[in-house]
Design a protein around this ligand. Structure first.
Ligand SMILES: [Zn+2]
Length: 325
């Protein structure tokens, strides 16, 4: 497993609790591409809230062009792409009650790093979605379907407010919330609990941190990890108890035969351990089951309970017919 920033023994600056970064400092996205994207968005902002940036006929076949779909800029290659983007954004909003709103993602990032220099905070901007990102983010959300939107009210999480309400695509986060904070092109995604917002950053367009060669699976994994910080923190105590590895969220038990976290990043604290474990549970279950059976069982129990009937129902008699006779 390649190490991540945040791993013990690696010299670095501390991270925000729910922040996930790639390990490399490479910046494969061309600045030019970002500049073009931002300019296109500025032009779009002056147009009607819905409509294409230019007639599709003006584009070479297979080339990406920018459209606004339900208020969000999306790069597409065809009308079918545009319809797919609309279907995803509208379904996420209606079914999961999560709005896709990159400007809110920008605000959440800026608010979280309020102590960073204004010049660095001014660099934070919304950028267009690619179709593949919307598809992968939707896949991640689908894992939590029983505790999102209307379904949540019938689940064991129905009494608690939904922890995530907004998704945004943003160019960059910031390294730390101090006067020394600078724009951080390595953050993949970050969940901001105070604004119940998940921002996915530009580095996710190319990262394959956990799934080499598979950007789509990586985005699904990053998103699953981040939103698990919000949607599954409620089970942190039972998770800690199940593993034996932690005394509390930030203190290791030191028990030598305790089951270790599934990844190096999970060693950081119990919250990261839980998010890494949930990520693997949904995206690479066989790996979690074989390497961390206790974590696997604890998460499976929690997930199974989501859809269980709420209330004290009698257990059905498996031999009801016989018993009646
Ligand atoms: Zn995390």
């Amino acid at each position: 497993m390649d190490h991540r920033v945040g791993e013990p023994g690696v010299t670095q600056t501390p991270l925000a609790p729910a922040q996930r970064r790639r390990a490399t400092t490479e910046h494969p996205m061309l600045a030019l591409q970002r500049a073009v994207g931002n300019r296109a968005m500025a032009q779009l902002a002056q147009r009607a809230p819905s409509g294409t940036a230019a007639p599709p006929a003006a584009h070479a076949p297979g080339a990406e062009y920018l459209v606004v779909v339900s208020g969000e800029p999306v790069l597409v290659r065809s009308d079918a792409d545009e319809q797919r983007a609309k279907s995803i954004i509208d379904t996420v909003s209606a079914t999961y009650r999560i709005s896709v709103d990159s400007l809110k993602g920008v605000k959440a990032t800026k608010d979280h790093y309020a102590n960073a220099p204004q010049a660095e905070r001014d660099k934070i901007a919304a950028i267009p979605w690619h179709i593949r990102e919307l598809v992968a983010v939707k896949k991640a959300l689908d894992h939590f379907a029983p505790i999102l939107g209307q379904a949540r009210s019938y689940s064991t999480r129905g009494a608690a407010a939904q922890e995530i309400s907004t998704l945004g695509k943003v160019n960059t986060s910031i390294t730390k919330n101090t006067a020394a904070g600078v724009a951080d092109p390595d953050t993949l995604g970050e969940f901001y609990g105070s604004s119940s917002t998940f921002a996915i950053y530009q580095s996710s367009e190319t990262s394959t941190e956990d799934f080499p060669g598979d950007v789509d699976k990586q985005i699904e994994a990053t998103t699953t990890h981040e939103i698990a910080h919000g949607l599954m923190h409620y089970m942190i105590d039972s998770f800690i108890a199940a593993t034996g590895f932690w005394l509390d969220e930030d203190t290791k038990s030191g028990t030598s035969d305790a089951e270790h976290p599934p990844t190096d990043y999970g060693n950081k604290n119990a919250r990261e351990d839980l998010s890494e474990s949930v990520m693997l549970y949904f995206v690479d279950e066989a790996r979690l089951k074989s390497s961390c059976p206790k974590r696997h069982a604890a998460i499976r129990e929690a997930v199974t309970l989501w859809a269980a009937p709420v209330g004290d129902f009698p257990t059905p008699d498996p031999n009801a017919t016989t018993a009646m006779a």
